[in-house]
Design a protein around this ligand. Structure first.
Ligand code: BGP
Length: 463
């Protein structure tokens, strides 16, 4: 096996706005659902300061330039641009991201912008969030505004981060459980909003390329029992394919439709939806990948609560359809997430075979409790090992014919994990703070920083 990546392979690193920026009320920013969501653990850091990337962006981008990345995936906080989700534009918000983009370009780093990453403006949540069609209209207006503002400089765009995980793990991510019927109306609205983003990007951004950005975890059947295989079929559809089939084929997946019928969920379409669905498509698929999942057909309703308590673990149950189980062949990380590098190759092949679109990995990485030594070092061989194993499988997938054009792991810099605070770190760059003590938020380069730097320089996995 060759250890070299194709010539033009795009090396990047990723973050999101609310997990890094802080400055949650500065310069006219409105509140978002991430600022207001109820938290069940107040011992962990919230998003008010995060890694203070809002004030450190120059230093952070300088460090990314030293790391050698060619692209930087970040999200725009919608509520900085439109504090109330729609209405008046906030010029300071426009200016902030203009500065970030300029700084990237000055260092020859291509910005890759996610339009929305879990942080819906609270003002829109107050009118029903994604259940209300008005939120689609507000998103359309927001997308149009940022494409017009930055489209001459930014060519890579991503739509809405992980709508699948957001809906399936609603309680953890949004702080509230969405009733099932409402959940799938939200699905429809999110996917229609995405269609508008495809359309507007192609109309307004010259040479612009845009892709959906779901979290894909291939689902395995627990055994060769036919009913376990059915369970995997349903969970694959509900978790993965329903979203990408909508984005890439413009239709509701048949298995997903059956799932909705059995759940007695019906979706309200607006007059323009059919046309939007069937005529606007992505240029590539951006995929976030951490793990795979394994399910069986549930047989005992006792002691099981419905839903998913953690998106990346086996803790899921949907009575009548599927139930997560531990995969005995795979190891887990410190936070109980299953690690499956070979599953990445299979996932890439499955995705490419199904959609025939170029793929970029926009998240992949290891959350761990890193230690800063007295000498200012962070020894994180476990992260290097995780990324190395996954990149080997990327090479295998490329060799097997998959058009994988880039890798942008999670995360560029330490950030506040969705529900584990700052203790669960992902970055190549350490941000010195604890859950409670902000310290100076000084940046340190981890061992993985130097490893990834070498990889980018040589375009091959260091031995
Ligand atoms: C993805 C999200 C990210 C990120 C990552 C790790 O689902 O897109 O925002 O946080 O998962 O998850 P966690 O923070 O729970 O460890």
């Amino acid at each position: 096996m060759s250890h070299k990546f194709p010539k033009n392979f795009l090396w990047g690193a990723s973050i999101s706005a609310h997990q890094t920026e802080g400055a949650y009320k500065s310069d006219g920013k409105g509140l978002t659902v991430q600022d207001t969501r109820p938290r069940d653990n107040h011992e962990i850091a919230d998003f008010t300061v995060a890694s203070d990337h809002y004030h450190h962006y120059k230093e952070d981008i300088q460090l990314l330039a030293e790391l050698g990345v060619q692209s930087f995936r970040f999200s725009i906080s919608w509520a900085r641009i439109f504090p109330s989700g729609s209405g008046e534009v906030n010029p300071s918000g426009i200016e902030h991201y203009q500065n970030v983009i300029d700084e990237c370009l000055r260092h020859n780093i291509q910005p890759m912008i996610t339009l929305n990453h879990f942080d819906l403006p609270q003002a829109l949540e107050d009118i029903g969030g994604w259940s209300n069609r008005e939120t689609v209209n507000a998103f359309k207006n927001y997308a149009e505004t940022v494409f017009k503002a930055y489209g001459s400089q930014v060519k890579y765009w991503l739509t809405i981060n992980e709508p699948n995980v957001m809906l399936l793990v609603d309680k953890k991510i949004l702080g509230k459980q969405i009733p099932l019927k409402e959940k799938y109306q939200q699905f429809h609205h999110l996917m229609i909003a995405e269609k508008y983003a495809f359309k507007l990007c192609h109309e307004l951004v010259e040479n612009g390329q845009i892709g959906p950005v779901p979290n894909i975890s291939l689902v395995y059947p627990a055994t060769s029992k036919p009913l376990d295989n059915q369970a995997a079929l349903y969970f694959n559809s509900v978790r993965n394919w329903a979203y990408l089939d909508f984005s890439c084929f413009g239709r509701y997946n048949t298995v997903f439709k059956d799932y909705l019928n059995q759940k007695e969920v019906s979706i309200t379409f607006a007059a323009e939806d059919k046309n939007l669905m069937e005529n606007h498509f992505p240029d590539f698929i951006a995929m976030n990948f951490y793990t795979t999942m394994t399910v069986e057909k549930p047989t005992d309703k006792n002691n099981m609560s419905e839903g998913i308590s953690d998106q990346q673990s086996e803790d899921i149950m949907d009575w009548g359809f599927y139930k997560g189980v531990t995969n005995p062949y795979l190891k887990k990380n410190q936070f109980n997430w299953t690690i499956d590098p070979e599953g990445l190759k299979t996932t890439l092949q499955t995705l490419y075979d199904r959609y025939h679109l170029p793929i970029i990995i926009t998240e992949n990485g290891l959350g761990a409790k890193d230690q800063l030594t007295e000498e200012g070092k962070i020894h994180d061989p476990y992260r290097i090992d995780y990324i190395k194993q996954h990149l080997e499988q990327c090479l295998n997938a490329i060799e097997a014919g998959v058009d994988l054009f880039g890798y942008s792991p999670w995360s560029a810099i330490d950030l506040i994990s969705v529900h584990e605070g700052i203790s669960k770190r992902y970055g190549f760059i350490y941000a010195d703070r604890t859950e409670k003590d902000l310290k100076q938020l000084k940046r340190y380069k981890k061992d993985s920083f130097f490893w990834y730097q070498k990889l980018i320089q040589t375009n091959e996995i260091p031995l």
